[in-house]
Design a protein around this ligand. Structure first.
Ligand SMILES: Cc1ncc(COP(=O)(O)O)c(C=O)c1O
Length: 464
């Protein structure tokens, strides 16, 4: 191993071996990987002891702070008792307790739990379940899926097919499924010139049109409820989900709720669907499920769907889908740790105290940004928020809502500057966003928002 002053050069060793996810590895020539040694709360510490505030919850999964004492204690206890066991024909108390407790929190009707080990796999499972359900209840023509424009549901081939972010999926189009695409709400650039707080979801008309054409052939529609995260934290009204529930009932189409990023109070409620007061037919959970400790996901569904698979073995109706680590006890123990904390109620109280503060702070710091010269019309086109998630869409022209040329990589410039100042932001294009662990305190909010503002101003000035 390469040594500097007898110390191992971890960055160099990393780059010798590791191909990092979702990265152009050439970028690492100027910005090598930051090697994190330990973490606590919202703080990550690198090998030199430098602190980074993790306001993206390490890819939106860390729910209650890093190295949370209660979750860690659960995990350690479980590791000494049972680390893993095959989940076909075998079970264990930890996962049974998890389902008992989680079932009390689920939207009405979601009662059966089928586990996998990452978000994308749960999406694939939900799609297969929906498809097979219709095959087994005498509707073999229902073979297709619908999804929204700009959707993101993961990276495996099925999940990528229902997703619609070109950056991730374009090159794979020849090997992806043909999905029926519905125009997603776009509240910032609303084609009906309405406002998300008081509109009637006029944009739902496209869903109606597509259902009229394809509803009979469709098994399920996938949605990221209320928040299209990877699309740039695009937020839309709960009314859209209510209308969707009605339309799906009319055409006998399942709703697959992708609550992988929105579940567990990220939108202020346990699930984003709760805002709409209706239930999906299948719900995918991951990320916050284990507090971001262990890879685990679950599809939760109804008795009606479950029963369509329940028969004598030789009828071959079983759901023959498995992942080696399904039902992993270590993940389940962390998930119980998360529920221990949520059931105490202090997190919900904390959210009530800080949510508006955070949103106002961001508005105060970003809505008044102004620049000279060729950027005289540039700035924060919109600050949008749901729960503790806040996003600032930077635009080249606030009047026309024109985006920056993507070649400027403005978001990436801001990202690099913020890292130097000890904040881990990870803008989505030119959308800067905060999606911190729910335990974030006001003084950290003050710090990270100031850094984000300073870095935005610096990066924008460099464009001028
Ligand atoms: C909404 C949504 N769906 C699915 C996924 C995929 O989950 P995973 O990365 O665990 O496969 C993600 C991950 O960011 C997500 O945000």
């Amino acid at each position: 191993m390469e040594k500097i002053n007898n110390e191992i050069d971890w960055q160099k060793e990393d780059l010798k071996y590791i191909w990092h996810p979702c990265s152009q590895m050439k970028d690492y020539e100027s910005l090598p990987p930051i090697v994190i040694e330990r973490a606590k709360g919202i703080n990550l510490y690198d090998t030199d002891g430098k602190c980074y505030k993790d306001v993206v919850s390490s890819w939106w999964c860390n729910l209650l702070g890093h190295c949370n004492e209660k979750i860690s204690a659960r995990l350690k206890e479980q590791a000494d008792k049972l680390e893993h066991v095959i989940f076909a024909n075998f079970s264990h108390k930890t996962i049974i307790e998890l389902c008992i407790r989680l079932s009390k929190l689920m939207p009405k009707g979601l009662v059966k739990f089928n586990f996998a080990d990452n978000g994308s796999s749960s999406i694939e499972m939900a799609m297969k379940m929906s498809f097979q359900y219709f095959q087994q209840v005498g509707k073999p023509n229902k073979t297709r899926f619908m999804a929204l424009t700009d959707a993101y549901h993961g990276e495996t081939i099925g999940a990528l097919s229902v997703g619609a972010c070109d950056l991730y999926s374009k090159i794979y189009k020849p090997i992806l499924m043909d999905v029926i695409r519905i125009q997603a709400p776009d509240c910032y650039r609303c084609p009906f010139n309405k406002n998300r707080d008081n509109c009637d979801c006029e944009c739902f008309i496209d869903a109606q049109k597509q259902f009229e054409k394809y509803g009979n052939q469709t098994a399920a529609i996938l949605v990221e409820p209320l928040l299209q995260g990877s699309a740039g934290m695009k937020i839309y009204p709960a009314l859209y989900l209510k209308k969707l529930r009605k339309l799906c009932d009319e055409y006998n189409v399942h709703i697959i709720a992708d609550e992988i990023a929105t579940g567990y109070y990220r939108t202020g409620e346990m699930f984003a669907f709760n805002h709409a007061g209706v239930s999906p037919d299948l719900m995918c959970l991951s990320k916050g499920l284990t507090g971001g400790y262990m890879p685990m996901s679950v599809v939760v569904t109804t008795d009606e769907i479950y029963n369509a698979f329940y028969d004598d073995y030789l009828k071959y109706k079983a759901f023959m889908h498995s992942h080696t680590y399904a039902g992993n006890p270590l993940g389940a123990s962390c998930a119980l740790g998360v529920l221990d904390i949520l059931e105490e109620g202090s997190i919900q109280k904390h959210l009530k105290e800080v949510t508006l503060y955070f949103n106002n702070l961001i508005k105060e710091n970003f809505l008044n940004l102004s620049f000279d010269g060729k950027l005289s019309a540039a700035g924060a086109g919109e600050v949008r928020s749901i729960g503790l998630i806040n996003a600032i869409e930077l635009v080249y022209n606030k009047n026309t809502k024109q985006s920056f040329d993507y070649k400027t990589r403005l978001g990436y410039q801001i990202y690099k500057k913020a890292l130097k100042k000890g904040v881990l932001l990870r803008p989505l294009g030119d959308v800067i966003y905060f999606n911190p662990p729910l335990i974030i305190e006001k003084q950290d909010m003050d710090f990270v928002v100031k850094v984000a503002r300073d870095c935005t101003i610096e990066a924008m000035k460099e464009l001028n």
